[in-house]
Design a protein around this ligand. Structure first.
Ligand code: URA
Length: 211
């Protein structure tokens, strides 16, 4: 079924890199590098409709009227820890963006998100905030992070992930219908431990080699 708030980034480079990342034999180094590269490509897509205006400049050859970004300034908001994996690629594309860190962990029994850290720029409410987490599984962390940003007055929020599960997308749709999601793929389901199937395993462990 087509999800109204979900954009699947079907670009061949994204799909190819994602397939390499799913392979359980990929090294930690390879996983981290590919996540950075996909972060950059997803950032390209999530910023596709940013507002432009026209400005007068002079090239070495002639004066001209040229487009320039004028909309809200950006904040990238990785959900710790795996969300950090997408950050470097995104900052490569938008080096002037600010960063908000949102520390959440999943209670292994309830799968609920528990906050342990939150630090955002003081003007976060005036900015477009792009929340990142490679895995949109149950959706509890994503919803909790967005709850927190909305409490801080943020009204313009987007969510970028590598893989979504139907359960996570539905959970986001239920609590934050206004937040659009960009993902490289929508997988089949969650297993009994809240892992995405077929998925790619624990993204944090694979990024940092902690298993
Ligand atoms: N978090 C992960 O890292 N992987 C999953 O499959 C689900 C949640």
């Amino acid at each position: 079924m087509k999800q109204p708030n979900l954009t699947i980034v079907s670009h061949p480079l994204v799909q190819h890199k994602l397939t390499l990342m799913r392979d359980k034999n990929l090294s930690t180094k390879g996983f981290r590098e590919l996540l950075r590269e996909i972060g950059l490509l997803l950032c390209y897509e999530v910023t596709r409709d940013l507002e432009l205006s026209l400005t007068q400049i002079e090239t070495p050859v002639a004066p001209m009227i040229a487009p320039i970004l004028t909309g809200k300034k950006l904040v990238f908001a990785p959900i710790l820890r795996a969300g950090m994996g997408l950050l470097d690629g995104m900052l490569e594309l938008v080096p002037s963006a600010r960063v908000a860190h949102i520390g959440l962990y999943r209670d292994p029994d309830t799968l609920q998100a528990i906050e342990y850290y939150f630090k955002a720029p003081s003007d976060v409410a005036e900015r477009l905030v792009i929340v990142t987490d490679p895995m949109l599984a149950t959706g509890h962390s994503a919803v909790a992070a967005i709850d927190r940003l909305k409490q801080r007055g943020v009204s313009d929020i987007r969510f970028v992930c590598l893989l979504g599960a139907p359960e996570g997308v539905a959970h986001m749709q239920k609590f934050h219908q206004d937040v659009r999601i960009w993902s490289a793929a929508l997988d089949e389901k969650l297993d009994d431990h809240g892992y995405i199937v077929p998925g790619l395993g624990d993204a944090g462990d694979r990024m940092f080699g902690t298993k």
